[in-house]
Design a protein around this ligand. Structure first.
Ligand code: S6P
Ligand code: ZN
Length: 196
């Protein structure tokens, strides 16, 4: 029998820290600018930014116990403020390996957005994600988060334990749209238009 059916689990209750992105007793993954090669549309601006330093772009602490079909996983992420060639700092983004798996995002602090791109229909949606926002990410949808403010963006993502992460498709062809700062405001542009 697999699955979480006992009540003596270390992760039955946990404390998390919105400021640091830490969850007690759980490992955290740090993604620095150098880890995000290919993720920003302006490759020259990326190399120039990297020459100036290698800031922390985001961290994710994930609670992912061995699972059964009905179990849940969750992660606390903090995306720091910053831009590369006008494009706001954002997470790598992924599809779920089990394409049907949906996910709930709960915004805890800061201000930002989520870029959703349907693998099935090709539709793109930019939806707000910040303190007080909930976003439902349907299955078959590539998703990443974007910090559009000057303070850290923190959120929890809750997903089926069987979801898995597929970073390959995004690493190969990237999102079709980018979110850039124009006159102090976030604007959604076609990646091709941004290059032009
Ligand atoms: C997991 C969930 C989040 C992300 C986090 C970092 O399904 O969507 O916890 O892991 O936003 O993004 P990424 O694309 O680096 O995993
Ligand atoms: Zn996800």
């Amino acid at each position: 029998m697999t699955g979480i059916f006992a009540l003596d689990l270390p992760w039955l209750t946990s404390r998390f820290d919105v400021a640091t992105g830490a969850i007690d007793g759980v490992p955290s993954v740090q993604r620095y600018l150098a880890d995000l090669r290919g993720c920003f549309a302006d490759a020259r601006a990326y190399e120039a930014a990297l020459a100036r330093g290698n800031p922390l772009v985001y961290s994710v602490a994930s609670v992912e116990p061995a699972h059964g079909a009905g179990d849940l996983h969750y992660g606390l992420a903090v995306v720091h403020p910053g831009r590369v060639g006008g494009e706001y700092f954002h997470t790598k983004g992924h599809l779920h390996q089990w394409r049907e798996a949906a996910e709930i995002y709960l915004g805890l602090a800061g201000e930002g957005a989520m870029l959703l791109e349907s693998e099935r229909t090709g539709e793109t949606r930019l939806v707000p994600l910040g303190e007080g926002h909930v976003v439902y990410v349907p299955g078959y949808t590539a998703h990443h988060t974007i910090n559009t403010a000057a303070v850290p963006l923190a959120y929890l993502g809750v997903y089926p334990a069987a979801a898995g992460h597929d970073y390959g498709a995004i690493a190969d062809s990237n999102f079709r749209s980018v979110v850039v700062e124009r006159d102090g405001r976030p604007v959604l542009l076609e990646r091709a238009a941004f290059h032009a």
